[in-house]
Design a protein around this ligand. Structure first.
Ligand SMILES: [Zn+2]
Length: 446
């Protein structure tokens, strides 16, 4: 590294972002960092990371084509575009990212996966980097992982206390009365197929269980990396080595295990094995699946080809979560809906007189737009909240699960049995001014 005071290192330019190489030996990491600091590519690399982090972005997506480089950041589940970049600067930037992650900058075709960290204003974030060649060039995704979780408990995710209590009861934690503890049954954790949050809800749901009193073992494949909860033992099952998930669970049966966890349940054999553990061995099981709601999650499991009565006997509940953006409390706009509109939504018109919507800035008489809101940078939303639906399996629902294939009929029965639908749960967030009707509709559409 040159200490010549006459030459300005490119690293002194651009916003205050510090890159750290973490994937190699200390000397290799240091060499990579020095190389990057001396490259002009460090400036756009810092810029894009800085913009994404101050905008609360969780992922950066970049597309390299002959025309140039387009990039966007995902903020609260919605993609927001950054200004386009020319290919030359883009390539210099990409070389910096690949160098810091100890990947091969010359390889623009094969998939490469690596890691590094960045720090902005003392906040350190791990970056998970993936690049892969596409038909038109190359695609890059950088996932920005905030070491401190965004939510600390199910309540922080926005779940109602009554639902937390019900969920705890299903998952073997009944604080008031030990005799009423449920320690047998399959609990399903679900999120929409295209929505985020499965990892979050899975981990928070497990934190709500009594994992200090019973032995939990989680079965994951090496690529999953889903479960990160204190006091839960992880068994990593390498399916490439010919060991099936079902066989691994069966083998584990010899140990003293109270609760089996399988995130992202995929095959019939595993599901059958888990139902056996519940129905015959009287164990508790948690699985996670992707589905549009609780009833859809149950039908997905049944569609695996398992005997419906085996599934129906095992399953005791589904906790489904959808994420919806929170209105910015600083700039949200109040409006008085007509009683008819309120009624149409399904809210009580006698109670709800005010609703809120996303800020719609209007230009003044000179045609000048107002300054964007400093809290949300003009986006109208800050952060997300979960909309939860807990489907408790009552006897009539269990019976219907064996024979009924009409999802609408199952949903109707679920509501009759006292389970609240996602839409109803979401409406209460609208009534409280936490989100807007439009945002709820968007969130429910996925
Ligand atoms: Zn705002």
């Amino acid at each position: 590294m040159s200490n010549n005071p006459d030459t300005t290192s490119p690293n002194e330019l651009g916003p205050p972002v510090e890159f750290k190489s973490t994937a190699g030996e200390p000397t290799a990491n240091q060499t990579a960092e020095i190389q990057c600091r001396q490259s002009m590519g460090i400036v756009p690399a810092k810029q894009i990371i800085y913009e994404a982090i101050i905008g609360r972005g969780e992922r950066i997506l970049m597309d390299f084509t002959v025309q140039g480089v387009t990039s966007q950041a995902e903020v609260d589940g919605v993609w927001q575009a950054f200004p386009a970049m020319d290919r030359q600067n883009g390539d210099l930037m990409l070389t910096v990212f690949k160098t810091i992650a100890h990947l091969n900058p010359q390889d623009r075709v094969n998939q490469q996966v690596g890691e590094f960290t960045v720090s902005v204003d003392g906040n350190v974030r791990k970056c998970h980097f993936t690049s892969v060649g596409t038909e038109t060039g190359e695609r890059v995704i950088i996932k920005l992982i905030n070491k401190k979780g965004k939510f600390d408990s199910l309540s922080d995710l926005g779940i109602r206390e009554a639902l937390v209590d019900d969920f705890k009861r299903l998952s073997g934690r009944h604080e008031e009365d030990n005799d009423k503890q449920i320690t047998q049954g399959m609990v399903v954790i679900a999120t929409p197929p295209n929505g985020g949050g499965l990892s979050t809800i899975w981990n928070y749901a497990l934190r709500a269980t009594d994992r200090f009193m019973r032995d939990f073992v989680c079965f994951e494949t090496p690529d999953m990396n889903e479960t990160d909860v204190e006091n839960i033992l992880l068994d990593v099952v390498d399916l490439n080595k010919g060991k099936s998930l079902a066989a691994s669970i069966e083998a584990a049966d010899l140990r003293q295990i109270d609760v089996y966890l399988v995130p992202q349940l995929a095959d019939k054999a595993t599901l059958e094995r888990l139902c056996y553990e519940v129905n015959t061995e009287k164990k508790q099981v948690f699985v996670s699946v992707r589905a549009t709601d609780g009833v859809a999650a149950l039908l997905n499991l049944r569609d695996s080809g398992i005997a419906p009565d085996m599934l129906a006997q095992a399953v005791i509940g589904v906790l489904h979560m959808r994420l919806c953006r929170r209105l910015c409390q600083n700039c949200r706009q109040e409006f008085q809906p007509s009683p008819q509109y309120v009624q149409q939504l399904g809210l009580p018109p006698t109670h709800v007189h005010t609703l809120y919507q996303q800020n719609q800035p209007v230009p003044n008489e000179q045609g000048i737009m107002p300054e964007p809101c400093p809290v949300c940078a003009g986006r109208g939303f800050v952060g997300r909240i979960g909309i939860f639906e807990l489907t408790k399996i009552t006897d009539p629902l269990r019976q219907a699960l064996m024979t009924e294939s009409d999802a609408a009929k199952l949903r109707q029965l679920s509501v009759q049995e006292g389970n609240q639908s996602t839409f109803k749960e979401g409406l209460s967030l609208v009534a409280q001014g936490i989100t807007s009707v439009q945002e709820l509709q968007r969130a429910l559409g996925s």
